[in-house]
Design a protein around this ligand. Structure first.
Ligand code: ZN
Length: 77
């Protein structure tokens, strides 16, 4: 299982979680997910958030993240 790529974003909900790039397996759509409080949102500027605990997610690939135009948000290792 690949590790999720981490973003440089901060969680607006818990303020201390790592935001990782995930993909909703059913919708095959990339989302941002907080590893701490398990909230997700569909984009970096999206205020609306939801719980990802009921969703089946997988780590998003670099190519998927780049296709969304978010590659600059990937935190350098
Ligand atoms: Zn959080």
């Amino acid at each position: 299982m690949a590790e999720s790529l981490i973003s440089s974003l901060e969680c607006h909900v818990c303020s201390n979680g790592l935001i990782v790039f995930s993909a909703d397996v059913e919708a095959d759509r990339v989302l941002l997910e907080c590893e701490e409080c398990m909230t997700g949102r569909w984009g970096p500027d999206e205020e609306l958030h939801f719980l990802t605990t009921d969703m089946l997610t997988r780590p998003a690939t670099y190519d998927e993240i780049r296709a969304m135009g978010w590659s600059l948000l990937i935190q350098a290792p």
